[in-house]
Write a protein that binds this ligand. Structure first.
Ligand SMILES: Cc1cc2nc3c(=O)[nH]c(=O)nc-3n(C[C@H](O)[C@H](O)[C@H](O)COP(=O)(O)OP(=O)(O)OC[C@H]3O[C@@H](n4cnc5c(N)ncnc54)[C@H](O)[C@@H]3O)c2cc1C
Length: 436
């Protein structure tokens, strides 16, 4: 049986970045799809370039900035986010909590008053402990903003109520203006740009997949095997079955979804298997397509739809970000459906017709539509998640397995995090090997 040194299973950004940072250490990367990139993939249909819904690059770290710049050079454009929310039949600038003046004045006033009450409760120390996302929203925004936007929108995205989701991930991803900003936004309505993605980068050509493509091109071709699936692992023996070949490894780096990895590990006790089975994620269901005529949603990049009678929670228009993503006279779009949406393409078309109606457009403008489904979209941070992940990670640590990336670490992350995860993992492995 041949020893491959470090076996990297999964060729998304986390796996590719691990390989990149391992430099000349012996490794083999196996990816089950016919090309690398994982979730960072682009497809072209009728001249329109689509990613998996929206994939916009936010780089806050010097290391990833340098890495991406080395890979894509000046092939990136910087874009200022233009996002809207459809609420009370009006377009409200995103983030909702900073732009209350875009709402009918009575709704805006109620939301602002509730935000002030929440701030007063916080200042007087009169606050419940924050455990759930709902606690977080009520504490930071008050009942009005929570009821009008945060609760209905997020329930559609996760497919579960926000009182079932913990607040662990919120600090980074939910923009929290202070109460003065909320009140000012209710009076001035300047469309304030706050939040972690106020500007982003995007490849000038080729869609977001240009990034993993550039990364893959820099890696030695004989160490990156696509169309190869990790099927079984014997953790005690350090052996892995890749398609029909057993390989020996010193270290296994996996970015497979945690429950999938746990399912193919032999010799794992029932308690751990149960911990893995208890992990929940929402499915990813979305439609892509194009509409003829004037640009959609007033040239904005995406639109949030909190209304609970339509199963689409976000509607994005890539061609408003970069006009070259669609032929002239066309608007390309993605429509993200609630995870529970089981309809076929015809049903998706019908629902999209309703969305287009809300946007003042006719379904007859629709040029084409295709539906896409993936089993994993968003990890659900419920009350079991932290303990389940900790138990599994502790087992992996004892067996030289690093489970990393969005679904490997079972987390809510961005492309930059996946790149950093790869770097940190490579550093840990080489540090361990060097005795550091
Ligand atoms: C809908 C959506 C929108 C997003 N939008 C953004 C955004 O705007 N900006 C941003 O920065 N991030 C965004 N992200 C997050 C980003 O996609 C991830 O952070 C990143 O791509 C995760 O990379 P990864 O390598 O961890 O996982 P993945 O990309 O999932 O890679 C895992 C790889 O493992 C492979 N694999 C699975 N099973 C096996 C097996 N048995 N054997 C071999 N290979 C296997 C898979 O094929 C895949 O290639 C978004 C994510 C989603 C779902």
């Amino acid at each position: 049986m041949r020893n491959v040194g470090i076996l990297i299973a999964g060729g998304g950004l986390a796996g590719l970045s691990t390989a990149w940072h391992l430099n000349d250490r012996p490794y083999l990367l196996v990816e089950k799809e016919i090309r690398t990139g994982g979730l960072v993939r682009s497809e072209v249909i009728r001249g329109c370039t689509f990613d998996i819904t929206g994939h916009w690059l936010h780089l806050r770290n010097d290391h990833t900035r340098a890495m991406v710049s080395e890979l894509l050079g000046d092939g990136l454009v910087q874009v200022s986010r233009k996002a809207l929310i459809l609420s009370h039949d009006r377009y409200v600038n995103y983030p909702f909590q900073s732009n209350l003046a875009d709402l009918p004045s009575d709704v805006a006033a109620l939301c602002a008053v509730d935000a002030v009450s929440a701030a007063l409760a916080q200042a007087s120390g009169n606050l419940n402990t924050i455990n759930t996302f709902k606690d977080f929203a009520l504490a930071h925004f008050g009942a009005g903003i929570t009821r009008e936007f945060i609760e209905p929108y997020n329930a559609k995205l996760w497919g579960v109520g926000i009182d079932e989701v913990t607040s662990d991930w919120c600090d980074r991803f939910v923009p929290v203006p202070d109460v003065l900003q909320i009140v000012r936004g209710a009076i001035q309505g300047r469309g304030q740009r706050t939040g972690y993605n106020a500007t982003f980068l995007y490849p000038r050509e080729g869609g977001i997949e240009s990034l993993p493509k550039a990364l893959t091109r820099r890696l030695p071709g004989d160490r990156i095997l696509t169309g190869k699936t990790l099927r079984a692992v014997k953790p005690r023996q350090h052996q892995a079955l890749v398609d029909d070949e057993w390989l020996r490894y010193d270290v296994l780096v996996s970015s497979l979804p945690l429950p999938v990895l746990a399912g193919i590990l032999e010799d794992m006790d029932e308690k751990l298997k149960q911990a893995a089975r208890g992990l929940r994620a929402s499915r990813l269901v979305y439609a892509i397509g194009a509409v003829r005529g004037e640009p959609l949603i007033q040239g904005a990049h995406w639109l949030y739809l909190p209304q609970d009678d339509i199963p689409v929670y976000r509607f994005g228009v890539p061609s408003n970000v970069l006009s070259t993503l669609a032929p002239a006279g066309m608007s390309s779009f993605y429509a993200e459906f609630t995870p529970g949406f089981d309809g076929d393409e015809q049903e998706a078309r019908k629902q999209l017709g309703r969305v287009l109606g809300l946007l003042g457009r006719d379904v007859r403008d629709l040029d084409f539509l295709e539906l896409r489904r993936f089993p994993y979209g968003y990890v659900i941070f419920d009350e079991h998640r932290n303990q389940g992940v900790a138990e599994l990670m502790s087992f992996f640590e004892q067996h030289a397995i690093h489970s990393i990336g969005r679904f490997g670490a079972w987390t809510y992350n961005a492309m930059e995090d996946a790149l950093l995860d790869g770097r940190d993992t490579a550093q840990r492995i080489t540090g361990e090997a060097d005795g550091n």
